[in-house]
Design a protein around this ligand. Sequence first.
Ligand code: SF4
Length: 739
Amino acid sequence: MKKLLKKAAPIFRQHDGALTQELVLHPGDFGLGKVPARLTPDATTTVVCGFCSTGCGLNVHLKNGQAINVSASSDYPVNLGMACPKGWEALTPLAAQDRAMTPYLRNDAGELEPCDWERALIIFCERLKEIQKKYGRESVAWLGTGQIVTEELAFLGALGKFGMGMIHGDGNTRQCMATAVTAYKQSFGFDAPPYTYADFEESDVIVLIGSNLCIAHPIMWQRICRNPHKPEIIVVDPRKTETAMAATQHYALAPKSDLILFYGLANILIASGWINRGFINSHTIDFEEFAQFVTRFTSDYVSEATGLSVDQLWRFAETIHAGKRVSFWWTMGVNQGHEATRTAQAIINLALMTGNIGRPGTGANSITGQCNAMGSRLFSNTTNLLGGHDFTNAQDREKVARVLDMDAGCIPDGNSLAYDEIIDGIGSGKIKGLWIVATNSSHSWINQNSLRELLGKLEFLVVQDMYHTTETAQCADLVLPAAAWAEKDGTFINSERRFGLVKKVSRAPGQALSDFNIFKLIAAYWGCGQMFEKWTSPEAVFQILKDLSRGQPCDITGIEDYRMLDECGGVQWPLPETGKPSTGKLETERRLFEDGRFFHPDGKAKFIFEAPRETPEKTCDNYPFILLTGRGTSSQWHTQTRTAKSAVLRKLYPENVYVEMNESDAERLGIKPGELVRILSRRGEVKAAAVITPAVQPGQVFMPMHYAITNQLTFPAFDPQSRQPSYKSCAVKIERDIF
Ligand code: SF4
């Protein structure tokens, strides 16, 4: 450690013992309170929103180099002048009182107290190195995010695995998008959502599955509202959500019967000859086996399992058949299930068999959650080696090592444990040190009580976040204060594969640093700074990521630099050097598979299927209700660490947690509207105000995920292919709170 101290000491210049914001290592990168040179102090500039995966362009208005207001950008190709409430309030969370403005270290009395950066960095390295020395390199892991810029995700992944020698690191994207990733990789040969947002406007049939688009992705819903073809809008959801109310057809199926439904629809389509034989023969494999498999899903059987009538099943199938441009869209209602990957692939199969892919208004389209879940999917070095490569492939490891100018021996030749396996590893004593970056696991992880208990077993927990007050930061031994969205530069990749720019338009408070600069400092203190010598700025890393993407389906070698992203309103991947137009403008909307070639070596897509499995936790006499969870309103974002900071947003949703239940159940239990009720599962007991509504079916209740107590109830089941948690169904009972 002495050696480390000596090496690290020149990094800071101090005046009167106080830390300055100027760091000798790379002064330009670390300078705070300055507007980047390319922005004029009183200008308006466009920045991609930092909440959801829609990736809207927000005009940020500057005064004296500081952001003072935002408005929706009218010439950004994503949102066309629109923004949801979160976007309009995007700057408010930056000014919150509980921003982490200095590192915090837990003292002997068990309290978090402020400390300086140098001490924080020394402790960080000392403790994690000690753990690795004592228990092996696998004993330290990280949990990352889909909320920081791509260049930071890549830095965290490269630092963790190549510099610090960790094997295990995963992201909170495991909670939202792992299913889509796995489904696409297996079906198409690469994690490749095929669509562009123009498809919302070009479909004549739009099928939304497990997606409350109206409130979860309001601007995508607005794109549907612009559709001039009077589309049939079909919603598949157990609840009559806001989106279901606006649909032309709503199929309120039994929870988690969606896989059976889609196999049943496939059976009707095939038996009726309503399929595209030409497309199937030219561009897919394993169709005949699939066609044989689905014959057992007769309409009567499917009707019984889903609760939908046979007439409804046929109407659904006939609508798909009648459509010329049918698009299928899914999100968390599918991804967060116990057989989620196969369900997503059953949707993909419907698109393939009807030839609804690669043309305007079509596609099997997963809608992502977080602003940079897509960046995490390709460049976080967690489930994929950087750039969509494969840790287990020696050629891929050689290529990445060559681009990064490092020894291929530094790259692990196996995959990381998944999020749930890292958590289980704490319980089994395999994981002793954990570094959590920009995610609030103590609130968002399934079966929350168990996770909080496990975090307490760690020998060292570091949380890097913009707030020191999150449920997870409060469990930490060390908190590292991070700059927020708009306080740093970088790129996000949105749901339709569009790289967009995030810019530093506001000063991070106190001593908070961008995640990029925190990683840079950690590399220096750890003793592997040399490895990241060329990682001088986010834009320098972007150039490295371009090189890493070369020859991959996500090749972005044709994107010149940040300036080009700014001028084009973002650029969708792929854009290889050879794909750039020699004259004229780049098309603003591009979709995949227009040539019918997929990413498997034979160029074909695969029909993948498997027999449905039972719901992991069924209802019984003691726990007779199914608990559904999901988004509450468009003004809430995930664990509300940011949205709760806005007085405007707080006015747009109920302050206290509530549970929706059907009027027949409420009447039977004697529960009145607004009454406090107890909701009990085998894992916990919480109280919430009853909302009596026909939107939920009898025997089901719904709670929004944004309130911390909801995940005290959820059952920790996981999709076996994607390891994504199944948040959408568990057994509970409801009681009046008479005590
Ligand atoms: Fe931001 Fe998403 Fe709202 Fe657009 S829809 S303004 S990206 S939160």
